[in-house]
Every structure is written in structure tokens, then in C-alpha cells.
Write a protein that binds this ligand. Structure first.
Ligand code: HEC
Ligand code: HEC
Length: 471
């Protein structure tokens, strides 16, 4: 597909097209990108029935430590965020299927809906050593792990469910090269990924004060009774207590591995923002805190009464909370993300960094093409009204993609001044025509829950009919 319109562009277009007329020229181009369901990219790569939940309207809210501290996101953080959303840093099946780090760690959180038939035993877990993603890493056993949230990751070493790797940098390299068969990442991209992941913060939780203690004025009696139980030594193992491993003053971890009767040595997971991290335990075996507490009660014979267990669950729920955990996906968030990602081009073009230019162009183009599909074509029967608005929104986005392609071509030919000029065009479109055109069409887009649900209901119907028709 990309090749086709690249040719169109090469055959007739100048490198510099004024923003306005470019939109009109775009009218003559037919770029089609059939909406894959439920995954983007090449669907045939992943087993039928794979769920990545990419069409979810509510996305986990992402907090950047640098921004919370009153600063701005640096070039490296934006570059890391970009790489994190880029299938092209991975290899093999993941890349072809359009999967990136962000597909599983959505906005740096987890993905409880993730399900890959054959590799998952339940929603939210996944076998990282399988023939599908890296034949060389296949260990021949189905051993899926829960996809962890990366919130607060800088405080949660060592890494992996079993804490097998001390350094985040080494773990990330291992994920790219060993688990997803990607090419050896350049030191610059690896640094950026680590800086980005280190910057993913916990959602604020006003119920917790200094030292991870409950704020009295904001907590219930049950929660405070739970807090006391949490600190109390276990009757038969007085050297142990919940808080002995989940240290409240240290993000509720102790950086160590323990056998808590779940089949081996696993690292103590954080309890901060954990309300949003189910399913629980390394393999995602538990759906709720009730089940987790019942497990500890049984394994360590703690002798908790039904009421004690309820209090502990109330306490865990208070500790695991976070402010505004989800964010509604929409035109504004999409434009902001594309702008943040593309912002690396500023420095990359100035410093003639072809690697980063190519990564930015490819990744942002991919995101924009997905956004195009949020504005159903005129002929789409599941949406009525706003045909004109939808067409214009699609064209505006496609024009951005073409502009990015021109940046890449110019940089590829060492014409960095042309690349800089095209990037200026891109920035201009991003702050002028694009937000308005997209906002005008938003009511008839998949960002509108009603349109969204009708669209996916129709799509499911079509898929089911197609399934029944095929032998
Ligand atoms: C298909 C889903 C999937 C993709 C894609 C994915 N991960 Fe993960 N990630 C997981 C799972 C499952 C685990 C737990 C595996 C383990 O512990 O060995 C994990 C664990 C991690 C951890 C350890 C967290 C901790 O607290 O121990 C980090 C860091 C991480 N991933 C980063 C990344 C990065 C960076 C990428 C992209 C280069 C990526 N992941 C791509 C599913 C995924
Ligand atoms: C000996 C150290 C230790 C003690 C004591 C301990 N935990 Fe844990 N906790 C762990 C480990 C290790 C895991 C992960 C187990 C796994 O992944 O299979 C865990 C998992 C959890 C989880 C699931 C979090 C998630 O995201 O998966 C919760 C909730 C939890 N513990 C609460 C408690 C409570 C409540 C107590 C006291 C009744 C307690 N823990 C006592 C080490 C401990």
C-alpha cells in the first residue's frame, strides 16, 4: 500500500506543496487501508481470535514523572515513547502484525484484555517464549505471564515476573531481541526507551500520605483495620508480614523474590495502582483481591476471619487506587500524541539523524493511518451523517502521512533543508487545519461511543457471516 502512494507521489508531486492546496490534491488520491478487526497490521500473522483491545475508547491515563515535577518531556522521553509505540523496533511476527510495546503495555499500563489463542490461557496473560514471536526463544511449554503495568517501573527492579534481570536497560534489550526477534537496537533507541519507561509514574493516590501510610481523614475504619492487619506478623511465621515484603514506604516492594505458594520464586509486585492491574500474580491466576487474600490466608495459615479478609481487601483497594485511571480517546488526545511523537523530528532533522527520522515517519504514519480509520468512509453503512466532515478528516490525516513521507524521502536523499521545510508544513497542519477538521467530524467518528458501538456490532456481524459462509 505504502509503495503505491509513494509511487503516485514520486510520479507527479513536487517536494513542497503548500498546506492548503495539498489538501485538495489529496482528493485525487485513493489510499485505502481496510480496517482490520480487532488488530491492525497483517491479520494473517496472528491466530484468529486474537484480541488486543485496540478499539477501546477508554485508555489508561499516563503520568510522566518529569511533567509531574513541573518540567516538560525531553527529546529522549518523546523518542522513547515513540519507539515504545513502534512495531518496527520489533521483528518477525510482531512487526508484521503491527504489535508494539504499547499494544501490551497500553500507555505504560497493562492490557487486561490481551488474548492470543494458543499463547494465552486467559485474558491479560501471554507466553513470551513461543514459536510465534521468536522460534529461537521457544521453550516448548505454554507458560503465559500476566502483562505487568510499567507504572513506577523505575522503583521496581529487578525486572521480569521472576526478577531475573537487574537492569531495566538489559531487560528492554532482552524483550526486543530475544522475545520479539527484533534487530539489535541502537544504543540511542535503547537509552530513549529506558528514559521513557523510567519516566512513567504512578497515578496519584490522595489516600496515601508519607511513607505509604493511609491518610486518616480520607480512610474508612475498615481500611485502617486492614492497614493494621497488613503490618501484623503472621502467627506461624512471625518473621513474615504483608508489609515485610510489600514495604509501604518503598512503593510496596522489597526488590526480592519469594515463594508464596504460587509455584516458584517470584518478585514482590507493587500494590500501588494495583486496582487496575488484574489479573493478579505472575500468571494472572487471580481475578480479585478477595482471591489473593484467601490464598495468603491459606498458604501461611494466617487465621484471618471473614471480616479480617474484608478489611484487608478494603485496605488493598485504597492503596491500589489512582486518580482518573482512564482517559477517553478522542481527536484531541490523538493529535497531541502524534504531535509529541513527531516532535522528535525537530532535533532529528537538525542533527541529520536518519535512523530517528525513519522511525518517526514510520511510527507516526502508522498512528495517523489508524486514526483515519476512526472516521468511517462515506459508504460505511453503520454511520449516517457527517459524510462531508468525515471525508475531509480522512483527507487531512492522509495529507499528514504524505507530508511525513516527503520528509523521509528528502532526508533519505540528504536534502535536510527540504525535510525541515516539510516538517514545518507538518507542524503547521497539526496546529491549523487538522484539529479543526477532525473536531468537526468527531461526532460521526468512532470516538463517539454510539457510532463506535454500532460500527463494531456491524463489523462483528460481517465477520460472523463470513465465518459461517467459509467451510
Ligand atoms: C505481546 C505482549 C507484550 C509486548 C509486545 C511487550 N511486552 Fe513487556 N511484558 C509482557 C509480559 C507478558 C511481561 C512479563 C514477562 C516476564 O516477566 O517475563 C512483560 C514484562 C515487561 C517488563 C518488566 C516489568 C517488571 O516490572 O518486571 C518490562 C520493563 C517490559 N515488559 C517492557 C517492554 C518493552 C520495552 C516492550 C517493547 C520493546 C515490551 N515490553 C513489549 C508483555 C509484552
Ligand atoms: C514473603 C513475601 C510476601 C508476603 C509475606 C506477602 N506477599 Fe503479597 N506477594 C508477594 C509475591 C512474591 C507476590 C507475587 C506472587 C506471584 O506472582 O505468583 C505477591 C502478590 C501479591 C498481590 C498481587 C499483586 C499483583 O499485582 O499481582 C497482592 C494483592 C498481595 N501480594 C497482597 C499481599 C497481602 C495482603 C499480604 C498479607 C496477607 C501479602 N501480600 C503477603 C510477596 C509477599
Amino acid at each position: 500500500m505504502i509503495r503505491r502512494w509513494q509511487q503516485l507521489f514520486l510520479s507527479g508531486w513536487g517536494t513542497r506543496v503548500a498546506a492548503g492546496s495539498a489538501l485538495l490534491l489529496g482528493l485525487t488520491l485513493a489510499i485505502s487501508n481496510p480496517r482490520a478487526f480487532p488488530v491492525y497490521g497483517d491479520q494473517t500473522v496472528l491466530p484468529a481470535g486474537t484480541e488486543l483491545n485496540e478499539d477501546a475508547l477508554d485508555r489508561p491515563r499516563e503520568i510522566f514523572n518529569s511533567v509531574s515535577r513541573g518540567g516538560g518531556k525531553s527529546y529522549l522521553i518523546n523518542l522513547g515513547d515513540l519507539a515504545f509505540s513502534s512495531p518496527s523496533i520489533l521483528g518477525g511476527a510482531a512487526r508484521r502484525a503491527g504489535i508494539s510495546c504499547n499494544s501490551c503495555h497500553v500507555n505504560g499500563a497493562s492490557n487486561p484484555q490481551l488474548y492470543v489463542p494458543g499463547l494465552s490461557t486467559r485474558h491479560g496473560n501471554f507466553d513470551t517464549t513461543s514459536v510465534l514471536f521468536n522460534p529461537k526463544a521457544d521453550d516448548g511449554v505454554l507458560n503465559p505471564f500476566r502483562t505487568p503495568s510499567l507504572r513506577g517501573a523505575s522503583l521496581l527492579a529487578p525486572y521480569g515476573h521472576d526478577g531475573r534481570i537487574a537492569s531495566l536497560r538489559e531487560f528492554v534489550r532482552h524483550v526486543i531481541v530475544d522475545e520479539f526477534a527484533g534487530p539489535e537496537p541502537s544504543p540511542a533507541i535503547l537509552d530513549a526507551l529506558v528514559v521513557y519507561i523510567d519516566d512513567i509514574g504512578f497515578l496519584p493516590n490522595p489516600s496515601l500520605g508519607p511513607g505509604g501510610r493511609l491518610v486518616a481523614a480520607r480512610s474508612s475504619d475498615a481500611e485502617r483495620r486492614g492497614e493494621a492487619l497488613f503490618a501484623k506478623p503472621f502467627p506461624h511465621n512471625p518473621e513474615l508480614s504483608c508489609s515485610g515484603c510489600h514495604t509501604p514506604s518503598a512503593a510496596f516492594v522489597d526488590h526480592r523474590q519469594h515463594d508464596v505458594g504460587s509455584g516458584g520464586l517470584f518478585k514482590t509486585p507493587t500494590l500501588l495502582n494495583a486496582d487496575f492491574n488484574a489479573p493478579y500474580f505472575h500468571d494472572g491466576r487471580f481475578d480479585s483481591y478477595d482471591q489473593v487474600v484467601a490464598h495468603f490466608n491459606a498458604v501461611f495459615d494466617i487465621g484471618l476471619s471473614v471480616e479480617d479478609q474484608r478489611d484487608l481487601v478494603a485496605y488493598l483497594t485504597a492503596v491500589g487506587d489512582g486518580e482518573r485511571p482512564y482517559e477517553r480517546d478522542g481527536v484531541i488526545t490523538n493529535v497531541k500524541e502524534a504531535s509529541d511523537f513527531a516532535s522528535v523530528l525537530d532535533i532529528a532533522i537538525a542533527s541529520r539523524d536518519k535512523e530517528v527520522i525513519a522511525l518517526a515517519v514510520e511510527t507516526v504514519s502508522g498512528e495517523l493511518r489508524e486514526t483515519v480509520e476512526s472516521f468511517p468512509e462515506r459508504k460505511d453503512a453503520s454511520v449516517s451523517g457527517g459524510g462531508q466532515e468525515r471525508s475531509l478528516a480522512r483527507l487531512a490525516l492522509k495529507e499528514l502521512v504524505l507530508t511525513l513521507r516527503r520528509i523521509d524521502l528528502a532526508a533519505g536523499a540528504d536534502r535536510f533543508d527540504d525535510a525541515a521545510a516539510e516538517y514545518k508544513n507538518f507542524r503547521y497542519l497539526m496546529v491549523s487545519a487538522v484539529p479543526t477538521l477532525l473536531a468537526n467530524a468527531e461526532p460521526w467518528s468512532l470516538f463517539n461511543p454510539k457510532v463506535h458501538d454500532a460500527h463494531y456490532a456491524a463489523l462483528k456481524q460481517t465477520l460472523q457471516t463470513a465465518k459461517r459462509a467459509s467451510p
